[in-house]
Design a binder for this molecule. Structure first.
Ligand SMILES: [Cu+2]
Length: 143
């Protein structure tokens, strides 16, 4: 009985490893939007990312500026921003915990601690809470 359960568990583990292993070599979906300006899921915010130095490096800590405004162009300064992300096809998150360290005014927020430690398709998600509401916006990044 016990060994049957053990075999079953090993089988599940092998299947999971096989599935994630296959995912590692999967190509990202063809229709991904890599725009640096995107509308949040519920349409509350229009967000623009401006990576420091304009290009996004691999394996190096760098900063982004996240610009937030309402769809009609009013800058969002007073807000709370949570950052999350990872590689959907590799089932892992970001190697760092990026944070907004400074509000620069005019809707610009400095994001410190961005890092992408391998090539491929990454997603970076910002969850924004302000008087305008709580909404999230996702950016696709290809390295
Ligand atoms: Cu990865």
């Amino acid at each position: 009985m016990r060994s049957t359960l053990r075999k079953y568990r090993l089988g599940v583990l092998a299947a999971v490893m096989l599935a994630s292993g296959c995912m590692m070599f999967a190509r990202p979906p063809k229709d991904l939007d890599y725009s640096r300006t995107r509308l949040s899921a519920g349409g509350t915010y229009r967000a623009t990312i401006r990576p420091q130095g304009d290009s996004i490096p691999q394996g190096r800590l760098h900063r982004w500026i996240l610009h937030l405004e309402t769809p009609n162009g009013t800058p969002i300064d007073a807000c709370q921003i949570a950052i999350d992300g990872g590689m959907p096809q590799h089932v892992h998150g970001l190697p760092t915990k990026p944070k907004v360290t400074r509000d620069l005014g005019n809707g610009d927020h400095l994001v410190d601690g961005m890092k992408f430690n391998m090539g491929g398709w990454w997603v970076v998600k910002f969850r924004v809470a302000s008087a305008a509401g709580t909404d999230s916006v996702v950016f696709n990044v290809k390295l």
